[in-house]
Design a protein around this ligand. Structure first.
Ligand SMILES: [Zn+2]
Length: 218
């Protein structure tokens, strides 16, 4: 039975794109290569993934990389990194910020699914960050978003008062990514431990909605 299962897994693995087994050390390079395929128009992942659907459907998911990003329709992580079914464990909300639910989801990913990398991905021209920077009143529940984003970009006006609105926004997007990289870990003992044990790494990057390119932050 075990032999049969192993054979089945091998067959399924070789007939799929095989992206889901991303190694921890090579995670950044793998993401960068995927983004390169996307921007060069040589993306592989987005046709019918019979092998990966069968494999993950039958045997369960083992995503390696979790992504926290904005709900913006221009930033679908699987598309811009050219990944497929079973590869990425994604949480999105407007602006891309940690909440108890996001945090619990990432804990689940790390503790139960084998996630070893959390990528916080901001993007240029982010409407949620723009609204937070402008600080104007917003209707309904939208203030929940701007209140959540505010602490990450508190000092932008002060530190970059000489810059244009567009440049201030670019700084704010990057500052928010760096802030959320800390928040996600700070808000979870489980993630802190995984990071201290060398089982989890956190990365930050910014996606350019005009070029399609992802720039990783140092
Ligand atoms: Zn956004």
């Amino acid at each position: 039975m075990q032999q049969l299962l192993l054979t089945l897994m091998t067959v399924l693995a070789t007939t799929s794109f095989g992206f889901s087994e991303i190694k921890m050390e090579g995670a950044k390079a793998t993401l960068e290569k995927g983004n390169q395929r996307f921007t060069e128009g040589t993306a592989l992942a987005h046709n019918w993934q019979k092998g990966m659907v069968a494999k993950t459907g039958n045997l369960g998911q083992t995503p390696s990389v979790a992504v926290l990003t904005c709900a913006d329709s221009r930033t679908p992580p699987e598309v811009i990194f050219d990944f497929g079914v079973g590869d990425l464990f994604v949480c999105r909300n407007a602006g891309g910020f940690d909440t108890p639910e996001v945090n619990a989801t990432f804990e689940y990913g790390v503790a139960a699914l084998g996630v070893h990398t959390i990528l916080v991905l901001g993007h240029s021209k982010c409407g949620a960050v723009t609204a937070t920077l402008e600080g104007k009143p917003v209707p309904g529940n939208i203030s929940i978003l701007t209140k959540a984003l505010q602490p990450g970009i508190d000092k932008i006006h002060q530190e970059h008062s000489d810059l244009s609105k567009e440049d201030q926004l670019n700084h704010a997007v990057e500052a928010l990514v760096r802030y959320q990289m800390i928040e996600v870990i700070k808000n979870s003992e489980l993630l802190q431990k995984a990071k201290a044990d060398g089982k989890l790494q956190v990365m930050g990057a910014v996606y350019d909605v005009e070029t399609g390119k992802v720039r990783f932050l140092n």
